[in-house]
Design a protein around this ligand. Structure first.
Ligand code: IMP
Ligand code: MG
Length: 181
């Protein structure tokens, strides 16, 4: 699997250092507010599990699973909820924890959907952002890293559902994108 990686974009050490900073910042800014961290499945799980261990204030977690219609690596903007939140978020301070903001369509939908439920606040914490690809302008309060326009894998991010377990963010070798049997 490691042989499929063309290059490492963000090392395990760089990830941990930055996520520790984000956890510290969130702990400071949400003090007294008992935030609800909403992890977007599946890509956000590694980020959530590390981030919450760097958060030093009381908080809760919940999960949402979204499917984006459209083939391959492109997000179509047509979104469907596969798993909704367990929690009622009215009056809660909600922080969405996402792996990557690419075109912005997925998060734009989630923001519009969750804001109708009248949370006290609704903000986004994304590990990665690809600004060059943005089609929908979404407000990003916490961003781990801005990355160039390359398809990345690892640390929760997949290609065809594999590579999520890599401890770093890498770029896949181009020949791996061809359909495999
Ligand atoms: P968006 O709606 O275009 O912002 O896409 C968001 C979703 O597409 C992310 O939550 C990822 O699941 C997926 N995605 C976008 N770019 C990448 C990438 O470079 N690697 C892996 N998944 C990606
Ligand atoms: Mg995702």
């Amino acid at each position: 699997m490691e042989n499929d990686v063309a290059k490492i974009l963000i090392t395990e050490e760089q990830l941990q250092e930055r996520i520790a900073e984000l956890g510290k910042q969130i702990s400071k800014e949400y003090k007294g507010n008992r935030p609800l961290l909403v992890c977007i499945l599946k890509g956000g799980i590694l980020f959530l599990s590390d981030l919450m261990r760097y958060i030093t204030i009381p908080h809760e977690i919940d999960f949402m699973d979204i499917s984006s219609y459209g083939a391959g690596t492109e997000s179509s903007g047509v979104v469907r909820i596969l798993k909704d939140l367990d929690a009622n978020i009215a009056g809660r301070h909600v922080l969405i924890v996402e792996d990557i903001i690419d075109t912005g369509h997925t998060l734009d939908y989630i923001l519009r959907n969750l804001s109708t439920r009248e949370p006290a606040s609704l903000r986004i914490c994304t590990l990665l952002s690809k600004p060059a690809r943005r089609e929908k302008d979404v407000p990003l309060e916490y961003v781990g890293f801005e990355i160039p326009n390359e398809f990345v894998i690892g640390y929760g991010l997949d290609f065809a559902e594999i590579y999520r377990n890599l401890r770093y963010i890498g770029v896949l070798k181009p020949e791996k994108y061809v359909t495999q049997d």
